[in-house]
Design a protein around this ligand. Sequence first.
Ligand code: PHE
Length: 345
Amino acid sequence: MSDQVFGKVSDLLNEIESAQPATNEELETFRIRFLGTKNIIKPLFAEIRQVPDSEKKAFGQKLNELKQAARNKYNVCLESLSSNGHEVESSGIDLTLPAGPYEIGARHPVSIVMNEMIEIFQRIGFTVAEDREIEDDWHNFTAMNTPEHHPARDMQDTFYLQGSDKMLLRTHTSSVQARVMTSQKPPIRIIAPGRVFRNETVSARSHCQFHQVEGLYVDKGVSFADMKQTLLYFAREMYGPETKIRLRPSFFPFTEPSAEMDAWLGTDTEVTRRLTKGTGWLEVLGCGMVDPNVLENCGIDSEIYTGYAFGIGIERSAMQKYNISDIRLFFENDNRFLSQFRSVL
Ligand code: PHE
């Protein structure tokens, strides 16, 4: 009788030793048979009653060896299956844990402000025109009435592509004016948002890359008064209904007359004082009536059509809006900075 029981144990031991579960399913079958809650070894412990007292100890040891053999086999097979690239629960990683929540990304503050500006102009009939960041000097300079030897073309200000004196990183979104006017007929009413580049020393106040929103309106009978009213509307939508603007005479090769527009932000906070250099006025954009030369360069009859154009810098406004004191933060991609805009998607 006890021989029979011992025989069962050694059969099982053989079975365990020769088992070669090769897939996760086979390993699981093995586990259920030898290690599961209703495993085949368990009932053998009850049969200890049939074993003579002198052999009880040895029998108990045999059963424990059997259990240990099953556990070892299981672990070894588990190890080799997971190192073979089969997915199995491996120690230390609990695959049943629920996944953490996805972190929702945030819009970049420059995009937030740019989109705000785009929406303001879309409401009054402007459509978005986007174009290349790598431009030729004709669209960036020549068409825009900036002659061959103008200082703005200098290596100082412009990033030229290596080995080229024609291809460059656009220095302003005004290049899109030339792209649009050479490919569309008036009436033209577009805004062109995008990134521009200038070879400038990077500091808290200025950077070698920044963003602009360009505006262009060309039609019969477009006047300076139209421009001023449009820009006032923009400033009030952007900075609040009480906002005041002022236009200061200025110069751009591609507009005549030209002006710079300031918006009144006041001097109440440290940031507005810094951004406005203590004056309360923030320089928001450059603008003017499209120079007839520019229209002609692009094949538009300046006897029939007039237009206005403007270029708005984005970063200054974003800094003012979010109390950001260093322009470099926009381009460092530091998540501690960017994640703060998560709530303003
Ligand atoms: N391109 C000018 C700049 O980058 C801005 C501007 C655009 C001025 C259109 C007048 C008209 O400073």
